[in-house]
Write a protein that binds this ligand. Structure first.
Ligand code: KG4
Ligand code: ZN
Length: 357
C-alpha cells in the first residue's frame, strides 16, 4: 500500500476518470481548468434499441473501453502517466458495476504510480464544469456566491454556492428529474433514447405556443421542481388530440420544461440578490432553448451567465471530474485524498456543505 502526504493541491496535470453510467471517459486537466484532453467512449447507441441502459452490459463494455480510453487521453494530452500529479475518479452516484470499473482502475493506477487519488461525487463534477476551458481561451475568473441550476437525467437541483464544496440546496425536484422528463416525454412521442436531444431536434420546426402546457408549482412559495404533471399533461394531450403535429408537441413540451426551470432561477435571484453569477450544468444544459431562456433572464437581471462551452462538456465527461478533484484538493487539503467507498447513491449535501454565510 502506498502512503503519501499531500499538503498542497496538484500543480499541473490531473487525470480524470468517469464511468458512472453508459460512458467511459478519461481526461487530463490542469488545476486551472485547462482541458489538455477529454476522451469519451459511449455505449449510448447500443442502448437505443432498449430505450435505456442495461447496467451489466454497460459495465462489460466499459471494462473493454477503459484502458484504451485512458491511453488515448494521456496520448492526446502529450503527458505520460508518470507525469500525472493526481488521479480523480467518480466514486458515485451511478450504476455500481459501471462505477467499480472506473474506481478499480483508478485504485490500480494509484498503486502503480504512487500518485494521490481523489474520489469525486459525480454531480460535483457537473458543478465544476463551467470553469473548464480549452487551449487558447482565457481562464475564467472564479467568483462566489454562484446560483447553480444542475439538471441531468438523475437530479434537478438549485444550489446557492459560496465555494466549490460549500453551499446550500435551495430546491430540488419532488418527482422526476428534468432529463428524465425529457426522456419520458420522448418515449411518449415515440422518439429515440436519450430523449433530450431527440425532443430538442423534433422541436426545431415546431410552434412552442401550439399547446399551452401548465407551469408547475407556480402558485407555491418554493424553489422546488416538479415534472410529473407535465409528463401526464403530455400523455393526455397525445391521447385526446390526434391532430397535433410531433414538432408542435415537442416544441411546446420543451418550452414548458424550460419555463419551469427558468421560473425557479428567477425566484432564486429575487431572494438572493448577492449572487454574482448564474450557472447551468448537467446533461440538460446542452439544451439550446434552455440556454437561451436563461441567457435572456440573466441579461434582464444584469448578472453574468456561465455554462460549459460545448454540449459534450454538459453531458457526462471526465474533464469535469478531474477539475472537481482539483477544486477539492484546493479547498479541503489532505481530506480530499481520504479513502472512499464506491457507492450507487451519495447525497451531494455530504460533499457540498452548508457551513453558513
Ligand atoms: O448529466 P448527464 O449526461 O447524465 C446524468 O448524470 O444523468 O444527463 C443526461 C440527461 C438525459 O436525460 C438526456 O436526455 C439529457 O441529459 N439531455 C438533454 C439534452 N442532451 C442531453 N436534455 C435536453 N436537451 C438536450 N439537448
Ligand atoms: Zn451526469
Amino acid at each position: 500500500m502506498v502512503h503519501v502526504t499531500h499538503a498542497s493541491p496538484p500543480s499541473s496535470a490531473i487525470l480524470g476518470i468517469e464511468t458512472s453510467c453508459d460512458e467511459t471517459a478519461a481526461a487530463v486537466v490542469e488545476p486551472s481548468g485547462l482541458v489538455r484532453s477529454s476522451v469519451i467512449a459511449s455505449s449510448q447507441q447500443t442502448f437505443q434499441a432498449t430505450a435505456g441502459v442495461i447496467p451489466e452490459q454497460a459495465a462489460r463494455m466499459q471494462l473493454q473501453a477503459i484502458l484504451p480510453v485512458i491511453d488515448a487521453a494521456l496520448a492526446q494530452a502529450g503527458i505520460p502517466l508518470e507525469r500525472i500529479d493526481a488521479i480523480a475518479v467518480t466514486r458515485g452516484p451511478g450504476l455500481l458495476g459501471s462505477l467499480l470499473v472506473g474506481t478499480t482502475v483508478a485504485r490500480l493506477l494509484r498503486a502503480l504510480t504512487g500518485r494521490p487519488l481523489i474520489g469525486v461525487h459525480h454531480t460535483l463534477g457537473h458543478l465544476s464544469s463551467p470553469w473548464l476551458y480549452a487551449p487558447g481561451e482565457a481562464a475564467p475568473a472564479i467568483r462566489f456566491p454562484v446560483l447553480t441550476l444542475s439538471v441531468s437525467g438523475g437530479h434537478t437541483d438549485l444550489w446557492l454556492r459560496t465555494g466549490h464544496t460549500r453551499g446550500r440546496l435551495l430546491g430540488r425536484t419532488r418527482d422526476d428529474a428534468a432529463g428524465e422528463a425529457f426522456d419520458k416525454g420522448a418515449s411518449l412521442l415515440h422518439l429515440p433514447y436519450p430523449g433530450g436531444p431527440a425532443v430538442a431536434h423534433a422541436a426545431e420546426t415546431g410552434d412552442p405556443k401550439a399547446v399551452p402546457f401548465p407551469l408547475p408549482l407556480s402558485g407555491e412559495d418554493t424553489m422546488d421542481f416538479s415534472f410529473s404533471g407535465l409528463k401526464t399533461a403530455l400523455r393526455y394531450r397525445i391521447r385526446d388530440h390526434a391532430a397535433d403535429s410531433l414538432p408542435d408537441l415537442a416544441a411546446s413540451y420543451q418550452l414548458a420544461l424550460c419555463r419551469h426551470l427558468t421560473d425557479r432561477v428567477a425566484r432564486a435571484l429575487d431572494r438572493h440578490i448577492d449572487c454574482v453569477e448564474v450557472h447551468l450544468v448537467g446533461g440538460v444544459a446542452a439544451n439550446r432553448h434552455l440556454r437561451e431562456e436563461l441567457v435572456a433572464l440573466c441579461r434582464t437581471r444584469g448578472i453574468p451567465f456561465r455554462t460549459p462551452g460545448a454540449p459534450a462538456a454538459c453531458t457526462d465527461n471526465a474533464a469535469m471530474i478531474a477539475l472537481a478533484g482539483g477544486f477539492m484538493a484546493t479547498e479541503l487539503g489532505d481530506a480530499a485524498y481520504a479513502p472512499f467507498a464506491t457507492l450507487p447513491a451519495i447525497p451531494l449535501e455530504e460533499v457540498v456543505r452548508d457551513v453558513g454565510e
